[in-house]
Design a protein around this ligand. Structure first.
Ligand code: F6P
Length: 359
C-alpha cells in the first residue's frame, strides 16, 4: 500500500501533527508514504513529491505551518496559467493529476484542508480517486465536525491580544477595535471575545448597528468604565450593508474578506467623541505552535485518516463528534458552511454578561 498526503489552503496550527500521526500510523502498517508538496502542485510538475519517513516527521508535532507547504491557488480543476499577454486562463488539470498519481503508484490520498480542499477532493473522488479528508481551518466553519484543529490556537492568540489591549486601552481611556479572522463565520471573534471579556463582539451572523455599539460605549463611560474593547470578525456586516473586502487578489485566489476595524473605529470616534484605535490581528492567528488541544485533535485526525483508508472509506472526512472521531461523507461536510448558532449558550451567556453584539 502506498499513500500520499497533501496539505491545501491556508495553513493552520496542527497540520504537522496530523502529518506526523498519519505517517507513523501508516508506516506501522507497513505502508509507504509520500508527501505531495504545495497542495497538489507536486503532482502537477510544479513542485516535488517526496518520501515521508519516520525521520521526516521527527520533532514536528509542536511546529506551526506545514512541512509539505501549502497554497490556496492550486485548484487542479481551475489551474491558473499565465498567458503571453500577461492575463491568466484557468484550465482543468485534474486528468493530468490523476495520471501522475497512477504513475507514482499512489493507492490513496489523505487530503488535509478546508472547504476549498474538500470540494476539490470530492470532485477527484467522483473521477475515481481514492481520497480520505481531514478538515482543517482556524475558522472552525466546516460542517459535520464539532471543531477543526487550529481553531483553539487562533482563539488563544486572539484572547492574549485582547488581554494586552485591555491594559493600554484602560490607561488611555480609549476604545480599541480589534479585527480577527474567520471569513463568513464568527467563531474566533465570539470565543476569543468572551474569553478575553470584550465589551462588544461583532460577528457575521448578527448584523450590527453602529449606533447600538456607540450606545454600549457611552453606557460604560457613564458607569465610570472609560475604555472599551470591540472585537470584530472580519466578515461582520452592518445592518442593511455588505461584507468588507480587501484589495485585488492574485489569479486563482478568492477575494479576501476584511479591512473593517478601521472603518468601525472611525465611526465610533465620530459618534462618541472618544479616542479610538484599531488593529487587524491578521496572520498571527495562523502561526505559532498548536495548543495542546489542537495537537491532540490533529493527532487523532491523522490516526483516524489512516484507519479510514484501511477500511476503504473513500470520499469520507474524519470528524470530531465528541467524544468520538467518526467519518462522514465529504459531500455532507460541504452542504453548508458552519456558522455560529444564535441559540448557542455562548451567545446567551455573552449577552447575560453584558457583552453587546451591536444589535
Ligand atoms: O480561512 C482561513 C483564513 O485565515 C481566513 O480566516 C482569512 O479570511 C483567510 O484565510 C486569509 O487568507 P490569506 O492567507 O490568503 O490572506
Amino acid at each position: 500500500m502506498r499513500i500520499a498526503i497533501s496539505t491545501g489552503g491556508g495553513d493552520a496550527p496542527g497540520l504537522n501533527a496530523v502529518i506526523r500521526a498519519a505517517v507513523l500510523s501508516a508506516i506501522n502498517r507497513g505502508w509507504d508514504v509520500l508527501g505531495i508538496k504545495r497542495g497538489y502542485a507536486g503532482l502537477l510538475g510544479e513542485d516535488e513529491v517526496v518520501p515521508l519517513t519516520r525521520e521526516s516527521v521527527r520533532g514536528i508535532a509542536h511546529l506551526g505551518g506545514t512541512i509539505l507547504r501549502t497554497t490556496n491557488r492550486g485548484n487542479p480543476f481551475h489551474y491558473p496559467i499565465l498567458q503571453k499577454d500577461g492575463t491568466y486562463e484557468e484550465i482543468d488539470r485534474s486528468g493530468e493529476l490523476i495520471e501522475r498519481a497512477r504513475q507514482l503508484g499512489i493507492d490513496a490520498i489523505i487530503s488535509i484542508g478546508g472547504d476549498g480542499s474538500l470540494a476539490i477532493a470530492q470532485k477527484l473522488v467522483e473521477k475515481g480517486m481514492r481520497i480520505v479528508c481531514v478538515p482543517k481551518t482556524i475558522d472552525n466553519d466546516v460542517s459535520g465536525t464539532i471543531t477543526t484543529f487550529g481553531f483553539d490556537t487562533a482563539v488563544n492568540t486572539a484572547m492574549e491580544a485582547i488581554d494586552k489591549l485591555h491594559t493600554t486601552a484602560e490607561s488611555h481611556d480609549r476604545v480599541i477595535v480589534m479585527e480577527v479572522m474567520g471569513r463568513h463565520a464568527g467563531f474566533i471573534a465570539l470565543h476569543a471575545g468572551v474569553a478575553g471579556t470584550a465589551d462588544v463582539i461583532l460577528i457575521p451572523e448578527i448584523p450590527y448597528d453602529i449606533q447600538r455599539v456607540a450606545e454600549k460605549i457611552r453606557a460604560r463611560d457613564k458607569a465610570g468604565r472609560h475604555f472599551s474593547i470591540v472585537v470584530v470578525a472580519e466578515g461582520a456586516i452592518p445592518l442593511g450593508g455588505a461584507e468588507s473586502r480587501l484589495g485585488a487578489s492574485l489569479p486563482g485566489q478568492a477575494k479576501r474578506v476584511g479591512g473593517l476595524a478601521e472603518k468601525i473605529a472611525s465611526e465610533i470616534q465620530e459618534i462618541t467623541g472618544k479616542e479610538t484605535r484599531s488593529l487587524i490581528l491578521g496572520h498571527l492567528q495562523r502561526g505559532g505552535p498548536p495548543t495542546g488541544y489542537d495537537r491532540l485533535l490533529a493527532t487523532r485526525f491523522g490516526g483516524a485518516a489512516v484507519r479510514a483508508i484501511a477500511a476503504e472509506e473513500w470520499g469520507k472526512m474524519v470528524a470530531l463528534q465528541s467524544p468520538h472521531i467518526v467519518t462522514i461523507p465529504i459531500a455532507e461536510a460541504l452542504k453548508e458552511t458552519k456558522r455560529v448558532e444564535l441559540s448557542h449558550d455562548l451567545v446567551a451567556t455573552a449577552r447575560a454578561t453584558a457583552i453587546s453584539f451591536g444589535d
